[in-house]
Design a protein around this ligand. Structure first.
Ligand code: ADE
Length: 283
């Protein structure tokens, strides 16, 4: 078992590995950074490994394309490195889906800094995207324009739910579903990203402690005893819907994070955001 497992791991590593000469990283062009990673814009020469590994999607052009390159910060410790390797492994296994950010390739050879190469989404994250559109609403708007805006929001909501359905069908719990972790590509297609906290369901639930917690996106059972399931992902999706239809409002902006457990226990919930139709809220 162990022997075959190693062979399998090697094989997967070979196929996804790109030659570092084929990757240009624009170090000045930081797309984002968190406590655990930095994302740069880059350009990949030639065909991305995913074209060979999943030829069914080769219709999409992942050749000589712009990419996003995720790297660890210089000061990353052993546990951050282990998490990063796990995230890369996770993305290799999950497979391509139009509503999930896909791995295109990676560099894990020991002589280089590890790099995860993913799809580049020129419209950035969904939270900033809807917040930017909020400024446009100041102008008087005709009904047609409002309808179009609403159609976009509903379309994002469906695409994200479709990506989440795929994740759960693969036995994955995302644990950080939020508008900041969804990216929007050039065709206004929403893709779930940031699989850093993603875990496979070994049992019915997954329990964890510590780390930074997205308190206001967490289900009551996750707040109470750090239990995560597909259902707690769906709770977070509900909070994401509030962000979406409020064009990027902070959820429960009137509640301190420490008070969230009591707030939810008392039965209080998010109200219908301004741009949400009654039938969508009720559904
Ligand atoms: N910011 C973080 N990841 C990104 C990506 N894949 N595309 C564009 N912006 C990003």
């Amino acid at each position: 078992g162990v022997w075959r497992g190693n062979v399998e791991a090697e094989r997967i590593r070979d196929e996804w590995e790109i030659c570092s000469d084929d990757l240009k990283i624009f170090n000045q062009k930081k797309l984002g950074s968190g406590a655990f990673c930095i994302v740069f814009k880059g350009k990949l020469e030639g065909k991305a490994p995913i074209c060979k590994i999943q030829p069914s999607i080769a219709t999409q052009c992942f050749e000589n394309c712009e990419v996003a390159v995720k790297k660890l910060p210089k000061y990353a410790d052993e546990s951050a490195k282990n998490d990063f390797v796990q995230e890369i492994d996770f993305m290799k296994r999950i497979g391509y889906h139009p509503h999930l950010i896909s791995i295109l390739g990676c560099i894990t050879a020991p002589q280089f800094d590890p790099c995860l190469i993913i799809e580049y989404c020129c419209n950035g994250d969904l939270l900033k995207y809807v917040r930017n559109r909020r400024l446009e609403i100041v102008e008087p708007m005709i009904d047609d324009e409002m309808a179009l805006r609403f159609k976009d929001l509903l379309s994002f909501a469906w695409q994200i739910s479709d990506g989440m359905d795929f994740l759960s069908s693969k036995g994955c719990i995302h644990r950080d579903v939020a508008a900041r972790n969804v990216l929007v590509d050039e065709n206004k297609v929403a893709k779930i990203s940031d699989f850093g906290l993603c875990r496979l369901m070994d049992t019915a639930t997954y329990t964890t402690r510590g780390g930074r917690l997205p308190i206001k996106w967490m289900a009551p059972e996750s707040l109470q005893d750090y239990t995560y399931t597909t259902k707690s992902d769906i709770w977070s999706f509900g909070v994401l819907l509030y962000e979406l239809f409020s064009l990027g409002a902070v959820p429960y902006s009137w509640v301190q994070p420490v008070d969230m457990i009591d707030y939810l226990r008392s039965g209080k919930r998010l109200d219908k955001p301004q741009h949400c139709a009654d039938n969508v809220y009720e559904f």
